[in-house]
Design a protein around this ligand. Sequence first.
Ligand code: URA
Length: 238
Amino acid sequence: MSKLTLDRILQSQGFGTRKWCSELIADGEVSVAGKAIRDNRFAIETDGLEFSIYGEPWAYREHVYIALNKAANFECSRKTSHHPGVLTLLPEQFTRRDVQPVGRLDHDTTGLLLMSDDGPFIHKQSSPKYHVPKVYVATTHEPVTPQLVTRLLDGVKLHDEPAPLAAVSCRMVGTYQLEIVLEQGKYHQVKRMLAAADNHCIALRRSQIGQLKLDELGLDESEWCYLDAAQLALLAPA
Ligand code: URA
């Protein structure tokens, strides 16, 4: 249980500086239980708090955990160069509260992207130490073969990587499609592994992280949702 003043609550949720939030409160833009609160020092229990701001409902969250169905032509980096950033697909409050992608997908890779403002969570999910498997479906230029699968499972040597990198698992799912599971997230890893195994990746989709499956979230392209405790539990390493 923790109580915070209303101005701090609004700031923590990404509604602006404390001064700006105080002005919103003084202007009567913030209501709790249907009643406008104009005192910015009003202390409220944050657990389960729901309020409305500019007439729109908002549920307090200490941290946010988000799944996005990333479309192609969005960049994960903060300083984008050629395409809009993935943060443009989320409410602007999330940028202000420093929500970031958990790891990166290339601009042309689609599928499941986690985002959060919880530093330890981001670290745990992205670190190879925690062995969170990530499942990708790669569409290839040349037909996939059992030999290709074996090479990816045995490990392929990539330029500037000291040791060969291997898939945790790999299987053919179509004439030109491969499902490949990785525990690391090296730069362009799937594409480079396929190139090193004498094929070429022409499309890539991340379908699953841990046991969390994108298809079960029911998100259209570019849609996002909050993850609840049960869904977050599916991300834990086995
Ligand atoms: N591997 C790649 O090559 N690209 C991605 O976006 C993710 C994994």
